[in-house]
Design a protein around this ligand. Structure first.
Ligand SMILES: [Zn+2]
Length: 219
């Protein structure tokens, strides 16, 4: 749908006249009319005001030109899962679980923000991806991204030959992680988890059953 149709639909759905909407977002009634005929589109400040007023993202107002993805965990976003700032504006870069009330929810991510922001974090991620691909593990497809995940989701229990059980991750920590199907087919998957200190590759069956450690390497 085009922006002009979306704006018309949102206004009528919210039972506002052009005059009433104009007053709410500090423009003239003529401006509202021109948006709805497609003559002009609202400027960025007005888009922000409309986004807040209608509780839809700017991406939605513009007819969803881009697929929104959380920069932190990689999930695909829609207006109901996108995070917001304290002032109620959407933050279209993150999901509401990774970012809430103006701050990141994961310690891991906070730390990298402190260290140098998103560029630094991307460099770190790319370095890890390179390190994992350089291991040339048989059956493991080349990886091209990693997501941030809580240790509690991926902390598998491995059984040692002597029968004891061992876990390598910390439930409360966050890791860069991914899951990949085995190139040789079958139901086994590879799991990858890494942080600043080590990287771990394991394989397992559906739902993390019968895990086997492939590699645990200090970085
Ligand atoms: Zn997220």
């Amino acid at each position: 749908m085009e922006t002009k149709d979306i704006l018309f639909e949102l206004r009528t759905k919210n039972r506002l006249s052009q005059d009433e909407l104009a007053e709410k977002v500090f423009v003239t009634r003529q401006a509202v009319s021109r948006w709805e005929t497609g003559e002009t589109t609202p400027n960025i400040e007005t888009l922000k005001a409309l986004s807040k007023l209608y509780d839809v993202s700017i991406n939605t107002l513009l007819g969803s030109p881009r697929q929104m993805i959380c920069h932190c965990c990689g999930m695909i976003l829609d207006d109901s899962t996108t995070s917001k700032e304290i002032n109620g504006c959407f933050n279209e870069d993150y999901c509401k679980w990774c970012y809430n009330q103006g701050d990141f929810t994961l310690d891991f991510w906070k730390r990298y923000k402190e260290l140098g922001g998103e560029d630094m974090f991307q460099d770190y991620k790319n370095q890890l991806i390179h390190e994992i691909n350089s291991l040339h593990i048989e059956g493991l497809p080349k990886i091209d991204h990693l997501n941030v995940l809580s240790g509690s989701f991926i902390n598998l229990e491995y059984r040692l030959p002597n029968g004891s059980i061992i876990q390598f991750l910390d439930d409360d920590a966050t890791y860069l992680a991914n899951q990949m199907p085995c190139e040789f087919g079958g139901s086994r998957c590879f799991g990858i988890a890494a942080n600043m200190d080590f990287l771990l590759v394991c394989s397992y069956e559906k739902n993390g059953e019968n895990p086997e450690l492939v590699i645990f390497k200090k970085r």
